[in-house]
Design a protein around this ligand. Sequence first.
Ligand code: SF4
Ligand code: SF4
Length: 209
Amino acid sequence: MDVTIIKDQYFFSCMMCGECCTGKTDIYLNLYDLYKLCNYLKVDYTGDLFERGLVKPAIIENGSWIPRIQFRKKPFSFCPFLINNMDENFKLECYCRLHSYFKPLACRMAPVGRIIDCSAEETRYVLISPAAECPGMKSLDLCKIADLENELKHELEYDYRFFMILDAIINATEWTEKVTEKLYYFSTAGSFITILEKLENQYRASSVV
Ligand code: SF4
Ligand code: SF4
């Protein structure tokens, strides 16, 4: 996949064509995304997302398992949260049921991705086309990383802390299905920050999994 490092700004505007919500797109989720999905579905246990087949763990480059939205397979591959609509000119418009608050961070940030270096505690932003034929990438609308950081301040922090937990687990042990279940199956009763702090204490402080 081609990626370009973004320093301060990039050009983009989403045309709502839905290409990135279909096909082979992988939408990985962090802990806060799981929490938000539960709030959207009005359930209070993240295990329900896995049991309903909406989310499935998938292995990523560093060897850890991360939750991923399970796309429907028929009549074609598409995100279960995608809604298609035809406008008055018979133009297909696509909407996300989760827009905007409940949307996963990866979708909210697109076409911007983050590379987190846990040991150096550094973050870099990269430009990744959300789909092979994303028309938004041809836009001349200027977007600024500072605006993105401002808008998503808390979510970016939660995401960073999630990757620090993953890093601690990977350094302490090998991933097993048991670890995946222990980390990603939690009650969403209460505030997210309390849940996050509890997981940090469990995994980062003690390095015991
Ligand atoms: S492919 Fe690009 S333009 Fe189309 S919905 Fe996704 S981000 Fe928007
Ligand atoms: S969560 Fe929304 S934006 Fe993300 S892939 Fe699904 S429909 Fe598209």
